[in-house]
Design a binder for this molecule. Structure first.
Ligand code: IVH
Length: 488
């Protein structure tokens, strides 16, 4: 490989990751990427003095830091005033329109993560600073470089601050917690904590493994001439940052309200958690005139979404036995409405987690539910304890078959292969989408077949007859025929 080939290869890798991590639209396979990446690594090992600073190999360092240095933002990072209902929205909008008349409002999602300020100078990412107190934050540059949706270089030479929120996708959050559960580590309460905690890891390799995502929402220090925020943000996306897509210019409180409801409907479909919609005056000149209070800009506000974390009481803990015999504790809570869904149960993961969080029956707890995030107890409010709460003992006997359980620490297992729960759940799993995908053979029907004594193991499914099915409640000719066909 010549030096020219090397530079072309680096550009090619950058293009591949831009399509993958920023546009969500890959243009190559992982294998092709890895082959090229290894060629680049090999060249850099032979020619260390020629390594370019924005080579993708420069994202992960291997020497853990012992602390983070403090660092100052070039321009202060502000908070946002919260609006909770239509009336507050109207008051806020009127305060602006009565002075400035026809202003337009740029609306975008409010991402729930950790804020981060990126300083680019001469086109190179030179520093990444957490929000801190708004003036002074922590220098997390090494960690920010591991975030693939943060460009290491941009095609703009003036010094500029790009601000945004570091988030974890809901599905990655669940995966991280599953992994932590397997390793006997404590779980992250919610994606926000996971993102913030991952950004502040002293070992960048850990940050790199967390699949953090940077969602840009604004610009700090700059010398731009672009006069509207909406155009500035389009320009930022064009530099190689992710575009949140759900943005809109509104001209009145009515339009803002309509767009707010559209975004709320879409909320669960977003890959990351949203906790509201941010409304900003589009004209930079009007923003400058409106200025700031001690804490917030007067030109921006957060129109909050209903909370997905609610306070409730833990009533009881029941035990579920899975197909592999693992006993999972499930919390039964005082029913609460979270965004239109009544939540009354939530997983407690395992007994180690119960002990770590010191969860007791009768406790006031905070529960979280959102689209793909499985309802979970995020926190116990120990300050509210009366003394009547009861601890949750580790079970000794299987709640289903009564046989002695094997306590392996994180996992407690029923070892009885003929335990009804194990048998029924194995058959359910066998018939499920992940396995044979037998249409019409769901939980309820497997349970019915088992309790009627027709199916004791997977193999029995294949000996089922029409007469047997017709003797079951709710089974007529057509349904029975369909099930038999699906099985065969
Ligand atoms: S703008 C000058 N826009 O919310 C305005 N913030 O509650 C400063 N956040 O610290 C913030 N999404 O970390 C803005 N689209 C968005 C945002 C957003 C999330 C966070 C940000 C800020 C906090 C304020």
């Amino acid at each position: 490989m010549t030096q020219t080939d090397y530079k072309t290869a680096v550009e090619q890798l950058k293009k591949y990751s831009y399509h993958y991590y920023v546009l969500d639209d890959p243009i190559t396979t992982d294998e092709e990427y890895d082959i090229l990446y290894h060629k680049v690594v090999a060249y850099e090992q032979e020619h260390p003095s020629e390594i370019v600073s924005d080579s993708p190999t420069q994202r992960v360092g291997d020497v853990p830091q012992d602390k983070f240095d403090k660092a100052r933002h070039l321009v202060r990072m502000w908070s946002l005033e919260d609006l909770f209902d239509r009336e507050e929205l109207e008051t806020w909008v009127n305060r602006i329109t009565k002075v400035y008349g026809d202003v337009r409002f740029y609306c975008e999602p409010k991402f729930d993560g950790a804020s981060l300020n990126l300083i680019y100078d001469n086109g190179i990412l030179v520093q990444a600073i957490t929000r801190g107190d708004g003036a002074l934050g922590e220098d997390v540059t090494q960690n920010a470089k591991t975030i693939q949706s943060i460009p290491l270089s941009i095609g703009y030479k003036e010094r500029i601050e790009i601000r945004g929120e570091v988030v974890i996708f809901k599905e990655d959050f669940e995966k991280i917690n599953e992994e932590r559960l397997k390793n006997g580590e404590s779980l992250f309460a919610n994606p926000r904590n996971a993102a913030a905690g991952s950004l502040r890891q002293l070992d960048t390799r850990i940050t790199a493994s967390r699949r953090l995502v940077f969602m840009p929402y604004g610009i700090g220090a700059n010398t731009l001439e672009i006069k509207n925020l909406s155009e500035r943000m389009e320009w930022v996306y064009g530099l190689g940052f992710r575009n949140p897509h759900m943005t809109h210019l509104c001209e009145s409180a009515d339009q803002i309200e309509t767009f707010y409801h559209e975004m709320r409907v879409e909320r669960d479909n977003f890959a990351m958690l949203l906790d509201g919609m941010v409304i900003k005056v589009d004209s930079i000149a009007v923003q400058d005139e409106l200025g700031y209070t001690v804490k917030n800009p007067r030109w921006a506000a957060a129109y909050k979404f209903p909370a997905i974390e609610k306070l409730t009481t833990l009533r009881e803990v029941i035990m579920q036995v899975g197909r592999s015999g693992v006993v999972t504790p499930v919390a039964i809570v005082e029913p609460v409405d979270i965004e239109g869904v009544t939540v009354e149960r939530s997983t407690l993961h395992n007994f180690d987690e119960i002990e770590r969080k010191d969860i007791r029956i009768g406790d006031k707890v905070i529960i979280l539910r959102s689209g793909d995030v499985i309802p979970k107890i995020v926190k116990v409010i120990t300050a509210e304890r009366t003394g009547n709460e009861q601890s949750i003992p580790r079970p000794k006997q299987c709640p289903v078959c009564g046989s002695e359980l094997l306590d392996e620490g994180a996992l407690i297992k029923c070892q009885n292969l003929s335990c009804e729960a194990r048998v029924v759940n194995s058959i359910i799993y066998f018939a499920s989408k992940q396995c044979l995908n037998i249409d019409g053979l769901g939980d309820k029907i497997v349970e019915a077949l088992h309790s009627a004594g027709m199916v004791h193991e997977v193999g029995d499914l294949f000996d089922l007859t029409m007469e047997q099915l017709l003797s079951l409640e709710g089974f007529k000719e057509k349904k029975s025929r369909n099930l038999l066909d699906a099985i065969s």
